[in-house]
Design a protein around this ligand. Structure first.
Ligand SMILES: [Zn+2]
Length: 324
């Protein structure tokens, strides 16, 4: 569970430590691109504030928080987009006393989607915080919030996760291990992204096909064979670029002798074949080229053209840099 992983992280422990010291701020902004981590942090923070023992998970207050039924925890912008009248309602509610406790929590999910009008309304509560009212927000990026809002919140950055945690989380949720491995490596530390990948159809097959293509594409004649196969289609091309990039990153790491975490897994034989003939400089150049191809897709260049260029660019990077 993401919540359990989060509770082991310094960011959560520090939040609870401050609570125990009686240092509860009246507005928090948790920032992190992974929406699932953000949601988990908000609900764990709600429980930690309401629970007599700071988030035990089993008491009446904790259970009410996790069941979304705590009378003093108000949730905004999660199932329904928060509008100006919701923000006005929040301001009114914040002035009232709590039902069960002296504290009322106003938790705002997906705060990067709040309009400036809504944010301006919320400022009132932040500028003159009513006794016992606490605002908790999660946003993917802090830049989406007005500077006036940002200056009145305590900003806490959420962690990105290591590949192993993401992989284990996917397996716990029932993903087959091959898919969990690929998806977690693609996701760059985001549970949300990894889950989205894991649910994509044909992920593992396409991953294997990209390996196969890169291992077998030794010259331009080989490349032509792949250009009109069904791997470079509008729906698959981005994924092919992603896969190619992570494979080339491992080639680069091998060539450079860098002891970094590998992105691919159990593919040493294929990796050696793909890396054959590459220098570290060539691999680095190939990665840059593949990355640059994404902008061709933005301007609607045909996927098979992008695919063809990808294969030729990789070959060119390999041969050009070998000689110099
Ligand atoms: Zn509790």
């Amino acid at each position: 569970m993401i919540s359990e992983r989060l509770k082991l992280q310094p960011v959560y422990k520090e939040f609870v430590r401050e609570l125990k010291q009686g240092r509860l701020s009246n507005a928090y902004l948790f920032v992190g691109e992974d929406s699932l981590t953000g949601e988990a942090m908000l609900s764990e923070a709600e429980a930690a504030i309401m629970c007599p023992t700071y988030g035990c998970g089993v008491c009446k207050a904790c259970k009410a928080v996790f069941a979304n039924s705590h009378p003093d925890v108000h949730i905004y912008n999660r199932e329904k987009k928060m509008n100006v009248s919701d923000a006005e309602n929040l301001v009114v509610e914040a002035q009232k006393g709590g039902w069960q406790s002296g504290t009322r929590i106003f938790a705002i999910y997906n705060a990067e989607k709040l309009t400036p009008e809504v944010q301006n309304k919320l400022l009132k509560v932040m500028e003159e915080p009513p006794e016992g009212a606490v605002i908790l927000m999660h946003a993917a990026h802090e830049s989406a919030l007005l500077p006036t809002v940002r200056s009145r919140v305590k900003l806490i950055r959420l962690p990105l996760w290591d590949t192993r945690s993401v992989c284990e989380e996917l397996e716990e949720r029932g993903a087959p291990s091959g898919i969990a491995t690929v998806a977690s490596r693609l996701a760059g530390g985001s549970f949300s992204l990894a889950l989205a990948y894991a649910e994509e159809e044909g992920l593992e097959e396409d991953y294997a096909r990209v390996f196969d293509m890169l291992a077998n594409c030794a010259n331009t004649r080989d490349a032509a064979k792949y250009v009109y196969s069904d791997i470079f289609t509008a729906e698959k091309i981005r994924r092919v670029l992603d896969f190619t990039e992570i494979i080339l990153r491992d080639v680069l790491a091998d060539k450079a002798g860098a002891g970094v975490q590998r992105y691919t897994y159990n593919r040493d034989y294929d990796l050696n074949r793909i890396g054959d003939g590459f220098t570290a400089g060539g691999a680095a150049m190939a990665i840059l080229r593949v990355n640059a191809l994404r902008s061709m897709l933005e301007v609607n260049i045909a996927p098979e053209t992008v695919g063809e260029k990808m294969l030729f660019d990789i070959l060119e990077a390999k041969y050009k840099w070998r000689q110099s």
